[in-house]
Design a protein around this ligand. Structure first.
Ligand code: SF4
Length: 326
């Protein structure tokens, strides 16, 4: 069956995929939004590269007819929630996320019921159905600022990432009820190996994403969202950085600051666990095929979409625009 062939086998090998993707962009009036964790070739053909907050803003603002989302499923869903009249394509529908996958909406609804009177703040890394159960969505870029805007006597549920929730609690002094989810990439960094790397590179600054475990974060000189890490690397007078997040961000860091040194933090084993297996399901070939065939497409139940829209809009209202996307 042709559908079981690998993507490359479905493509004329003489095609220049970079040219073809450009041609299809114009033909479809499409915009390609890519997350920093995508492979370098995809980042290089994207119209906009950003983290979750920046990509949400772009999805809400674009005049394109088609949004090609080079990221994972919950991100493409967020684009569809914000732009229901547009076609949203995702190169590989199986590109999920451990945080979203481990917070099923039926169990999350029970969790909310078990904590009456709590305001529900959900990290954007969750399904549309979980967003529909939430009061406010946040990203790692704006989570602390959003929590600070909530009256001090209002109890809060924070989901689904317990590490981000714990970090935000420390930042804001707010005690929150946490859903116990984790990111399979960020939980894999080894404190012992990080200390070894710091010893070998004594001048390097450690910059880390708040999805990391606390024993890793305590060694960080700077903690922030992917965009914040990228911006920090530019602003800092430091020449070398140990980067504790998904390794895809190093492509933009090195491009933006070619004279600086970026060292990926080591995972527990000698594996490539610092690369998100879900993000890496997308390839340049699948990106081309989804534009050529206009599938796979994201579709959403309209009731869920409308319920999920309000907490995303609240996030955007509560988050001042940040240059570079958040
Ligand atoms: S890096 Fe972690 S949080 Fe991001 S998409 Fe992959 S599994 Fe989800």
């Amino acid at each position: 069956m042709i559908a079981t062939l690998p993507p490359r086998a479905l493509i004329d090998p003489s095609l220049d995929l970079f040219e073809e993707i450009e041609r299809l962009k114009h033909k479809l009036n499409a915009v390609i939004l890519a997350h920093y964790y995508q492979e370098p070739d995809i980042q290089d053909v994207a119209d906009y590269i950003g983290d979750s907050l920046g990509l949400s803003r772009q999805a809400a603002q674009t005049n394109a007819d088609v949004i090609v989302f080079a990221g994972v499923h919950f991100m493409a869903e967020t684009a569809k929630i914000l732009s229901p009249q547009k076609q949203v394509l995702l190169p590989d529908l199986a590109a999920g996320c451990s945080l979203a996958d481990n917070c099923p909406p039926d169990r999350f609804a029970e969790f909310i019921q078990a904590h009456p009177g709590h305001l529900v703040i959900s990290y954007v890394n969750c399904s549309a159905a979980v967003k529909a159960l939430s009061d406010i969505i946040c990203t790692s870029a704006n989570a602390a600022s959003i929590v600070e805007q909530i009256p001090a006597d209002q109890p809060i549920i924070f989901a689904p990432d317990r590490n981000l929730g714990r970090y935000v609690s420390q930042q804001t002094g707010r005690d929150m009820v946490l859903w116990q989810g984790t990111c399979i990439v960020h939980e894999t960094f080894s404190e012992r190996k990080l200390i070894g790397l710091k010893t070998r590179h004594p001048g390097a600054e450690v910059i880390a994403h708040p999805e990391c475990e606390p024993q890793v974060l305590r060694h960080a000189d700077f903690i922030g969202s992917t965009t914040a890490l990228l911006n920090y690397a530019g602003k800092s007078t430091g020449e070398a950085f140990i980067v504790v997040t998904e390794a895809g961000i190093l492509h933009q860091m090195q491009k933006a600051h070619p004279h600086k040194t970026f060292i990926p933090a080591p995972p527990q084993n000698n594996c490539a666990c610092n690369e998100c297996p879900f993000m890496r399901l997308n390839t340049l070939e699948k990106l081309y095929l989804c534009m050529r065939d206009r599938t796979p497409e994201i579709t959403l139940d309209e009731t869920i979409r409308q319920r999920a829209l309000r907490p995303i809009e609240r996030m955007l209202e509560m988050s001042p625009p940040v240059p570079g996307g958040g």
